[in-house]
Design a protein around this ligand. Structure first.
Ligand code: SF4
Length: 222
């Protein structure tokens, strides 16, 4: 694995993007191989972060959706969750262009980056704890290589908990709660329920609740 030295004390971190055939989670690598055989035209690989590394805002999702990011290769692109996320980012000036659910739609992120706690698609959208733990090295490296980072929005409890650990904090001290902004050193960590179809269909998350999170981030970042 390629490594880069990024921390102030000289600690070495992995590169923020895993290789296309990252073997570190055997179950996910096997699932990836199965889907590659079935759908050779899909991305079917770890999904890289979207947006510039000098952004002040990082959004952390759970993992690629099978027919969303795993198919298209861009986070949240091509499934229901992306419709609400990108519409909200456009509304609050964190994106520019027109979202058309394709990686070549010309949409750009503005002062914003999107990544996932787990970079490979998990069966049934459910990564195992060991997979979340293993992939955290890439989330940690992503955070460490964003020099202007000021705000992180965690989408859902798993993204929140992995981000908290990546930031060197304990989850017991920083529990997930929708709409809450936690201080994490110089960073603010904002929690939101995940913008999944299930959460919006069941009313756990309404578009207004989601917009309110980003309205606060926008107000805080200026
Ligand atoms: S989930 Fe992350 S650590 Fe696991 S195989 Fe994919 S890229 Fe590698």
């Amino acid at each position: 694995m390629t490594t880069i030295s990024t921390t102030e004390n000289g600690a070495t971190l992995p590169a923020p993007e895993p290789g296309r055939n990252c073997p570190l989670c055997p179950r996910l690598a096997e699932f990836r191989a199965q889907v590659r055989a079935r759908e050779p035209g899909w991305h079917n690989a770890p999904v890289a972060s979207f947006g510039d590394s000098d952004a002040r805002l990082l959004i952390v999702g759970l993992a690629p959706g099978l027919q969303g990011a795993n198919r298209t290769g861009r986070p949240f692109t091509g499934d229901f969750a992306g419709d609400l996320l990108y519409a909200t980012l456009l509304e609050y000036g964190f994106a520019s262009g027109i979202y058309q659910a394709r990686p070549d739609d010309g949409l750009t992120l503005v002062d914003c980056r999107i990544s996932n706690a787990v970079r490979c698609v998990p069966p049934q959208n459910k990564p195992l704890p060991v997979e979340i733990h293993t992939c955290r090295q890439f989330l940690s490296a992503t955070i460490a290589t964003m020099p202007r980072l000021r705000a992180i929005v965690a989408l859902g409890r798993i993204a929140h908990e992995s981000t908290v650990k990546a930031l060197g904090m304990r989850n017991a001290a920083v529990p997930f709660a929708h709409g809450v902004a936690h201080k994490a050193g110089a960073l603010s960590l904002y929690d939101s329920y995940h913008c999944s179809r299930y959460n919006t269909n069941t009313g756990v998350l309404t578009p207004k609740m989601f917009r309110d999170v980003f309205a606060r981030v926008r107000a805080d970042l200026g």
